[in-house]
Design a protein around this ligand. Sequence first.
Ligand SMILES: Cc1cc2nc3c(=O)[nH]c(=O)nc-3n(C[C@H](O)[C@H](O)[C@H](O)COP(=O)(O)OP(=O)(O)OC[C@H]3O[C@@H](n4cnc5c(N)ncnc54)[C@H](O)[C@@H]3O)c2cc1C
Length: 462
Amino acid sequence: MLELGEELGGTALAGSLQGRPVPWGAHYINVPPAEADCVHALLQDLRVITGYDAAGRPQVVPAYLVRWPHERLFIEGEWVEELDPFAGAPAGEVEVLRQFEDQMLRWTLYQGRDGRRGFAMPLRYSSRDSILRELDQLTMLQYLRSKNWNSPRLDWLVDYACRDDYGTPLDQVSAWAGIHYHACRFYDRRLRDQYPADTLTWPEGNGFLVRRLAERLAPPQWRSNTAVVRVEPAAGAVWLGCMDTRSGELFSLRAKSAVYAGKLHTVPLVVQGLPAPQLQAIASLSYCPWLVAAVQVSRLPQGKGAAPAWDNVLYASPSLGYVAADHQRPPGNNSRVLMYHLPLVRQVARARRELLEQDHAFWAGQILADLRQAHPDIEEVVERLDLYRWGHAMVQPLPGVIWGEGSRLRAQACGALSFATCDTTGLPLFEEACFAGIRAAEECLERLGTGGETLLKGLADG
Ligand SMILES: Cc1cc2nc3c(=O)[nH]c(=O)nc-3n(C[C@H](O)[C@H](O)[C@H](O)COP(=O)(O)OP(=O)(O)OC[C@H]3O[C@@H](n4cnc5c(N)ncnc54)[C@H](O)[C@@H]3O)c2cc1C
């Protein structure tokens, strides 16, 4: 394994501030739905899922469940418990929310003519029914309006979810992806007893899963600070040109079979000889940049209303608010690092340039101005503010990305080279990265003639 960064992790990278772990990127997952065979296998292997009850519901290590209070929302001048912008909303808007929730429940329970769930996880296990495929041709905003749902609060709720999980706003994200967020897990309170959808998180975020995975590897099996700068796939081999990023030393390797697991936007710069349609499919992907800040505070900043939670969301903000990095530590601790998230979802090419060009003072000013609306004393308590800039944080599931012709081409092996990363399927999620990685690994094993039983039984079912 050849890794460009100093550490393993990629977008699930964990860092350390004053000896305390912080998540610089991905920071949570959910209990996977029943059909997510490969995710179950991995989480059992990593000792996150410890067993199953008589009804087949997974049991997880209790310390990994997000602690209460889970979330709060700053709206109309005060913090309210949970992510509920509907408190005090006019009856008409509450009715729209009910209709939306009922429809998402129907999609959650939808079984296709092919016997598959409508919105499964991994997404490749989903039903092929045309009524579903058509949803990938419109935006989520068009879908909401096609149902005559006109509610600024519902728009906000759905937009927030899509910016958070997909780095893509309501008026740009594929309706299939937007619905998948609400329908792939059993979030609805009416289903809560049937199957869990709990959030799992760790002080270092998904860096915890990276560390558990890396425990299996000894140094000769991987090297960091290594850029793969050229990949030449052929029928029986893959040639790799590499550079040690510290010394500048160049070296080459020959592999019988290889997986390219870097984000796909790098492929045209690195991989040689791909067919033009595949290159075109890859080049047409769009990525949202993202700014993450670790705001260290001397004490929790004050704010009117509900008590601090793990996820602290701002209604009137381009940001997603912040996650308290210390929240999973023993109760009673005074959370000291707030992980602030700003996905730059509009005009992504311009935003990426701005993210690169603007300096620390600029971004610190923007962040503190945003937080000040909820915490008037924020400047008094900030001790230090570190930034992490993600130029290509998340692949954007725009209409057609998930079920269009390009999705098949993106995942297509070339000679002895397979492609992983969640970009191949089109949703920037841990579960999709897990699926794509296992699929690519199984392709390699098959090439080498050592393939065993597949972990991806859901690809064949139905
Ligand atoms: C800020 C942020 C928050 C997120 N939050 C969540 C979350 O809470 N939950 C969730 O499920 N998902 C979240 N995600 C999405 C996250 O991207 C996925 O969960 C998952 O980590 C994607 O993994 P990947 O393997 O597809 O890609 P990556 O994480 O991008 O991994 C690609 C790896 O390839 C390496 N690489 C690239 N090019 C080269 C090269 N030429 N040579 C050598 N190495 C190279 C990179 O350094 C990197 O380590 C978040 C993403 C970001 C950016």
